[in-house]
Design a protein around this ligand. Structure first.
Ligand code: ADP
Ligand code: MG
Length: 683
């Protein structure tokens, strides 16, 4: 095998000592490729400018000549060195602080390049850096890259090493984009693009290089997701579900309500995918309370009645328990058995469960991420449903596949996004949308109040609980500190206990053990607790129809989608529900969030506004999205490039030549390295 820059270790670059190597590793730089793709995040402009175009306070580079005798003043332990300079035709003063040793170098008539901050009133530059052209120093006239550095790695060292890396290995940087794309956008070769990002000759050149590499990043991302989808579809080895309509109808008819039209439509889409020999990879997006769980139940039921097993993966143990209860009830009359597997199921219990799963004695298992761990085996896994926030990455699905299962995958999310955006960023999935909520729901009334109205809020709690209802009180979010959040919850719990001596007040937070949380949630489900003080752990999925009041403290600290999720915990039953946002927002964005919440109860509208307030970059910058982080590309600024790349990839994959022609070999290799497929493509 010939060595390539992605296999050559970074230590082969001259100047990388053993000690520095460790630090590079800490930055995720192991190979030459990693180093060359360690891009600067901005540039320092060392190009000289004319004094006529400079404004007060600008950071500038000036080419000048020494015309005066330097004057050194000392005060305390400090010093100031001033010297008259000329940058034809302007005269000005250059000032150095605490660098008295520069004085010897300032001989009249000598040329100098000064970098520093311009003070218009004093016609003076405060020098931060300088160099003498007669010494042949080289920063002047260039844009210097600025990298993220730390520890023993300094800015000048990393610049030097990357420069050295480019010298030694720059010629080995392979081209990866096909000719057609290179021509279409008039891209510069990859070699040059990478070099120019590190050492741009000028701004235009640097931008051209960046343009190419941003495109490439998004193109490869799209290639990965779309080819996975194409390969999936082309393969006839998914599970073919054989369940007949009558059986499914019986199950649906046994439910305590009629499906909405939207649910019926999505049901057909899911069953169609499941009956086909292709692997289903479907994203179901629907607002909170739109009734996604029942569609999960139908998919799980259908796989069991086709002779397989189903898995239902959810983000929290509370949610797993909740789904276990409701599914067990629905499935019971049909003889479908249900099991629970979470992090707190261990020892004997876990062993028995795993054995039962492997022997096929359990039809449906509900659990957390513990479900897809190494030692979990199924007799025949037909469907995996994931609820809220989980999204199988492309690679994880490949792992499932290689484990011997090709289950259909249904992913559910309550953070709906506009369809065009969804198919672009979740390019590997088909998207179903639940566009309506069950009929007969009374809309939730949302109020925004200031803290000084807290007395009234407490009265509202009394009113609801006196009528036999229940309420949630969500604690403020203290940035970056779960510990403080928890303390807050504990304090609030004590206060509320005193304020409502006649009610049972419960407490829920992230530092409790799963079984402690479970005790509290069970008590709340059964109305033994009337008021639940909680951190955001109740955020997702929890379904207690008798709860009619949601109070969120310091609501402006929460994101819009999160607020909407929290609000979705009420309005699930027959009674009118309320959401009260207690907030004195200091920022404009905080005020806009409060206004949006009071103006609309529609999840799509909420996410549209969230998107507008934050931009897709931030919107997808959350774990929720399951998106990879890009080195150069920015989902907000480069969204149009992403769309362009999506279309180009789609076109490319429609062409058989992609799988055969040598022009696309680098791309096929890329896919192979990313484990999208193994070497069996050509058969
Ligand atoms: P989400 O989409 O937020 O997960 P759920 O699946 O938890 O919503 O459903 C919310 C509530 O609505 C549940 O109590 C569920 O039983 C009920 N529900 C679901 N579908 C319907 C329907 N078609 N008609 C009436 N109630 C329904
Ligand atoms: Mg749900």
């Amino acid at each position: 095998m010939t060595s390539t820059i992605d296999t050559i270790e970074v230590k082969t670059i001259t100047g990388v000592s053993a000690q520095k190597l460790g630090e590079l590793h800490a930055f995720g730089v192991f190979t030459v490729k990693d180093l060359l793709e360690y891009y600067p995040f901005r540039y320092e402009d060392y190009r000289p400018r004319s004094l006529s175009e400079i404004k007060h306070g600008d950071k500038v580079t000036l080419e000048a000549k020494v015309i005066g005798i330097p004057v050194l003043q000392r005060f305390g332990g400090k010093s100031r060195l001033s010297c008259k300079m000329i940058a034809e035709p302007w005269m000005f003063t250059a000032t150095w602080f605490n660098r008295h040793y520069v004085r010897e170098q300032l001989t009249v008539g000598r040329e100098i390049v000064l970098i520093g901050k311009w003070d218009q009133k004093r016609t003076q530059i405060t020098v931060t850096d300088y160099e003498f052209p007669d010494r042949g120093e080289g920063k002047t006239g260039t844009l210097q890259p600025v990298y993220s550095v730390g520890g023993k790695i300094t800015q000048s060292w990393i610049r030097k090493i990357i420069n050295q890396g480019l010298q030694q290995f720059g010629d080995m940087i392979p081209e990866i984009l096909p000719h057609s794309i290179m021509r279409k956008y008039d891209f510069m070769p990859r070699k040059r693009a990478i070099a120019t990002i590190h050492q741009p000759v000028d701004t235009r050149e640097g931008q051209q290089g960046r343009r190419r590499m941003v495109y490439e990043e998004l193109f490869l991302f799209q290639l990965k997701v779309q080819s996975f989808r194409v390969l999936n579809r082309g393969r006839m080895d998914g599970v073919v579900h054989t369940v007949d309509n009558t059986t499914v109808r019986q199950f649906v008819r046994s439910l305590p309500f009629e499906l909405t039209d939207a649910q019926k439509h999505v049901e057909l889409e899911i069953l169609h995918d499941m009956r086909s020999p292709y692997c289903m990879n479907r994203l179901l997006q629907g607002d909170v309370g739109s009734g996604k769980t029942v569609l999960a139940a139908i998919a799980l039921f259908a796989t069991v009645k086709s002779g397989n097993q189903g898995a239902f993966m959810v983000p929290t143990e509370i949610l797993a328990e909740q789904h276990l209860r409701s599914l067990a009830k629905m499935f019971e009359p049909f003889g479908v058995t249900v099991g629970l597997l979470t992090g707190s199921v261990n020892g004997r219990k876990r062993k028995d469960l795993l054995a039962a799963l492997q022997m096929g004695m359990i039809d449906v298992v509900i659990g957390t991420h513990a479900l897809i761990q190494e030692d979990v085996f199924f007799r025949g896994l037909g469907v995996v449903v994931t609820d809220e926030q989980h999204r199988f990455g492309v690679n994880q699905r490949s792992v499932l596949r290689r484990k011997g299962y090709n289950p259909d995958v249904l992913t559910m999310t309550a953070t709906p996004i506009p369809r065009t955006l969804a198919i672009t960023v979740f390019g590997d999935m088909d998207v179903s949308t639940l566009s309506e909520r069950p009929k007969g729901r009374i809309p939730i009334t949302t109020y925004w109040v200031k803290h000084d109205l807290m007395e009234r809020v407490l009265k509202l709690i009394s009113r609801e609980i006196d009528q036999g209802r229940q309420a949630y009180l969500i604690c403020p979010l203290i940035e970056e500190s779960e510990k403080l959040d928890v303390q807050n919850a504990i304090d609030l719990h004590i206060q509320m206990g005193q304020a409502f001596p006649n009610y049972k007040v419960g407490l829920l937070h992230g530092r409790m053990t799963p079984s402690e949380k479970d005790v509290v949630m069970r008590a709340f489900y059964s109305n033994e607790l009337q008021l639940l003080i909680s951190t955001t752990v109740v955020e997702v999925g929890v379904d207690v129809p008798n709860a009619t009041l949601m109070i969120i403290m310091d609501a402006d600290r929460f994101g819009l989608s999160q607020l909407h999720q929290l609000r979705g915990r009420v309005g699930r039953g027959q009674n009118a529900s309320y959401c009260v946002l207690v907030a004195d927002p200091k920022s404009e964005i905080g005020r806009e969030r409060m206004t949006a919440m009071t103006e609309t109860d529609d999840g799509f509208e909420i996410s549209r506004r969230d998107l507008a307030l934050r931009g897709p970059g931030d919107f997808f910058g959350t774990k929720q999205s399951g998106l990879p982080e890009f080195r150069l590309a920015d989902m907000t600024a480069d969204f149009e490039v992403l769309e362009q790349a999506r279309d180009d990839v789609a076109e490319l994959l429609r062409d058989v030549a992609f799988w055969t022609s040598p022009d696309f070999a680098p791309l096929r290799n890329y896919l192979q390295n990313e484990q999208i497929f193994q070497g069996d493509l050509m058969d």
